[in-house]
Design a protein around this ligand. Sequence first.
Ligand code: 0T9
Length: 382
Amino acid sequence: TQAVPVAQRSSWTSFLKAIASVSGDLSSLTAPPFILSPVSLTEFPAYWCERPELFAAIADATTQEQRAIAVLKWFISTLKGQYTSRNESMGSEKKPLNPALGELFYGHWPDKNGRGKTDLLVEQVSHHPPITAYVIENKSKGLKLVGHNAQKTSFSGGSIIVKQIGHAVLTVNLPSGPEKYLLTLPRLRIDGLWYGSPYIELSESSHIVGGGYVGVIEYKGKGYFTGKSHSFKATLTPQHDADESEIVVEGLWHQSSKFVSGGHGAFHDVSAPKEEVTAVGGEPTGQMGGMETRKLWELVSRGIREGDFELASREKSRIENEMRQRRKDEAAGGTSWPLKHFTPLASDPLYEELAYLAKIVPPTEDTYIFQENWPVTLRAGP
Ligand code: 0T9
C-alpha cells in the first residue's frame, strides 16, 4: 500500500472491501480522495481522436485493403490514450467522476495540413448504469464514428475485471456509398489495487468488422506472445476476395508494432505527441451550459486538483442531491429527462449482421441513434 497516503490507508482498505462485495457497477462507491480523478467519464470519448490525422487518413485510403489497414492503425493508436494516459498524467489509474444523466461534452480538433476539422459530441444517456454516447465527425472527409459504452465490473483475484458493453460504428462516405465498420471493445483488468497504484491491462479480444474484412485484435499482458505488457496481435481476414491476403500485425499498443504478414516493416508508433481536444461551449453564445461537464463539475474538479477535498465533497454532494431531486420531480410529474442528441433503440441491425458474420457475442446490443443536431457553435468553429 505504498502509494496510499497514511491517513487514507484504512479508507482505502474499506473501499477495496466494498469493491469486492459490490458487483456490476462501481461508479457510485465513494473512494478516498487520493484516487479521485477530476475528469468525468463524458470526456473519455475524446481519446478516440487524439491523432486526428490518423482518423482523416481513413478517408484518404484508395483501396479497401488500405482502408482496412488505416482503420486498424487509427484504432490501435487510440489505445495508449484510452488505457494508460491517467497513469502518465496522474501517476496511476484514478476513479473518474461519475457523469450525471444528460451531462454533455462538446469539442473539436482544428483543421490542420488539410486533414479537416473534427467535431466531438458526447452525452451521458444513462446514469444508472452509466452509459455514455458519442459522435466524432470529420465532415469534410466524410467520416463519422457513433458509439456508446457502459461497463460491467466484477472482482477476481484482487483485480477489477471490466467487461465493456457497447460498440461503435464508423461510417466512411465513399463515392460509391457509405462503408461501415463495427468496432467492439476489449475487456480490462485493473491491477495494482492493493498497492493503491491501479493500472489497466487489456485482455481477450475486440473486433473491427467491415469494408470486406473481419478483424480480430487479441490482447495479452506479461507472459504471453512477447512476454511484455500491453501486447496485441491483430488479424484482418478478407471476406470475399480469395486473392487478397490476410494482414497480421503484432506489437505493443502503447508503443509500436510491425507487420507480420500482408505488409512489411513498421505498422504503428504512438511516440509522436497527441492532440487534446479543444472543449467548446455548446450554447448559441458559445458559453458552456450547466449540464456541460466542465461547468457542472467545475468546483469538484478544482477541489480535487488543488487538494481541497472539503470543497470537492461538498460540491459533489450538492450536484448529486440536485440530480436526485430532479429524478424525484420527474417521477412525480410522470416525465423523464429528455436526451438532447440521442434516441435509445433496443437493437441495432448493423451490429447484429456484422456480429453474426464475425461470431461476436453477444449477438445483439442496444444502440443510441444520433439525432444529427450538432450545436451551431461547433459547426461554425475553426
Ligand atoms: C471508456 C475507459 C473506460 C471508459 C473507463 C473502468 C473505469 C470506468 C470506464 C472503459 C473509455 O473508452 C476507456 C478507460 C478507463 C475505464 C475506467 C478505469 C476505472 O478504474 C474505472 C472504474 C469505474 C473505477 O473507477 C474503479 C475504481 C478505481 C478506484 C480504480 C482506479
